[in-house]
Ligand binder design. Sequence first.
Ligand code: NCD
Length: 307
Amino acid sequence: MASFRGRSIVSIRDMSQDDLIKVVCTTEDVKRGDLTGFLNGKTVATLFFEPSTRTRLSFESAVLKSGGSVFGIANPKASSQSKGESFADSIRTVSGYCDVLVIRHPVEGAARMASELTSIPVINAGDGANQHPTQTFLDLFTIKESFGRLDNLKIGMMGDLKYGRTVHSLANALAMFSNELVFISPPSLQMPGHILKELDDGNIRYRNIADLEEAGTLDLDILYVTRIQKERFGDPLEYKKVAGVYRVTQETIDALGKDIRVMHPLPRVDEIAEEVDTLPNAIYFTQAHNGIPTRQALLGLVTGGLE
Ligand code: NCD
């Protein structure tokens, strides 16, 4: 396993199975409360060029809880990019102010580009419809916490599989363990061909279906629900055609089986009814809260504060 010290976290594709296990195990140690103060003296910048609630705030909370300092921009209009400064110049500048850069950007590949412009670790907090590796780490941690394992699971991913970056990263990660994937989406929002090809190359079992009802016959362990990514549609009419296509209710849970766990990276729009929130099946708020120890663990590993 490559050391995490000094390493950028850009894509799950850059990770080995050992890397994923290392992050999940370190997160377990952090959540147990065994590790403290490991970011003492470290400064983290959060540069968010796209909206965020959970990712940015949980990163900031993670830094503070681990003894570090954090600053950043939450609104690109408040940065010099609105004066015409290039992304590259912003990165070159801010990387001299901090020990780690956390970046969210609407352009695919932006985090990779940033990581090539600086010698400090860059953490991708979402680049367009491409990848969202830190969400995947917290998803894996939550799965391990619920099931005690990361393999031999049957996982349904539902909703916008074309533009949803969380499911792209998660599919890459789950494919490194022995799992079966079921992709539930309208035909126009299916998992991109390049990811399906990677699954084919790795002999991963998966299928594409369009009906949530059909999922009821498949004995899923997890239903991972996603929002239709309205902001990524070029044509608002295309969005209207698929908006509201799936809705998980108490009835859905009854049909999927009483042991199903429902996950969601959040924010939700209308794809999970609030009546589901209080069922033992709903683990999406626990999942969101797991963002804190996960991001603490990642920051600790890339700064060398944790080994
Ligand atoms: C996700 C994202 O930004 O990709 N949100 C998050 O980070 N938890 C999912 C989404 O916006 O739908």
